[in-house]
Write a protein that binds this ligand. Structure first.
Ligand SMILES: CSCCC(=O)C(=O)COP(=O)(O)O
Ligand SMILES: [Mg+2]
Length: 249
């Protein structure tokens, strides 16, 4: 690897197993959603979260998505009808593993309770903390860029199986800077961390080849994370460094 002074890490498939997300985090939302809505109904935070889902649902319906349903507002529908539309909306989007801000925000909102009660702990691979320690000792800055919302990212690393890892990270980015498959997102991050004209000294590690293409196009150094259970790597991945553990970076 050429010199780098900044590391940006993806979460799912890179520092965290995909199985933890698919088999623990996602079912926590889908199985607990109905009772969660009943419990939190009337709270300001839930109203804000539903408003985000409502705005997204409207865009989806306008774009003729065949699964999208309008979420009615309180002046035109009962609580039961609104809850039912919210459940339907979240359900189809989660089946599609949609990386859309409103859904990701809602998931993080629900996971908060689970992490705080001790029911959830963010699973982090054993080789991650030694690499974070080494990068810190070498004075490198470390950030996260994930499709999960920034609050959800902080929960996962703050309540992790390796303890509270938040002190390692200088910042967190989600799709608020743009989709992870677009090179402008990586330019936006570089600008925000004061490295707009120095992207060649940023290293981005992710499991997703389209994110690799986008970051490389923005001038970043890139490494592919190939963890058990990740999607199989295609022939394009051969042009990049591939690691199965962070001690190979
Ligand atoms: C940090 S939230 C849990 C994971 C998640 O929902 C997600 O979308 C992660 O995507 P990534 O960009 O980290 O692969
Ligand atoms: Mg990933």
């Amino acid at each position: 690897m050429a010199n780098y002074d900044t590391v940006i890490l993806d979460i799912e498939g890179t520092i965290t197993p995909i199985t933890f997300v698919k088999e623990t985090l996602f079912p926590y939302v889908t199985s607990g959603l109905s009772t969660f809505l009943d419990r939190a109904w009337g709270s300001k935070e839930l109203k804000n979260q539903i408003e985000l889902l409502r705005e997204q649902a409207k865009k989806d319906v306008d774009a003729h998505s065949n699964q999208a349903v309008i979420i009615p507002n309180e002046s035109e529908a009962s609580a039961a009808e609104i809850k039912s539309a919210v459940i339907e909306t979240i359900s189809w989007q989660m089946k599609a593993d949609r990386k859309i801000g409103a859904l990701k925000s809602f998931q993080g909102y629900m996971w908060k309770e689970g992490y705080e009660s001790g029911e959830l702990r963010g699973e982090v691979y054993d080789d991650v903390v030694p690499a974070l320690d080494k990068w810190k000792a070498d004075d490198k800055k470390i950030y996260i860029y994930s499709s999960g919302s920034v609050p959800a990212q902080k929960l996962l690393v703050g309540y992790s199986t390796k303890g509270d890892l938040m002190s390692y990270f200088s910042g967190y980015f989600d799709t608020g800077v743009g989709l992870k498959t677009e090179s402008t997102s990586y330019k936006n991050i570089a600008r925000q961390i004061g490295k707009e004209n120095d992207t060649e000294h940023i290293l981005f590690v992710t499991d997703n080849i389209n994110e690799i293409f986008a970051a490389a196009k923005a001038g970043y150094q890139v490494v592919i994370s190939d963890r058990p259970g990740n999607a199989p790597l295609g022939p394009e991945s051969k042009n990049y460094k591939i690691v199965t553990s962070f001690d190979q970076i």
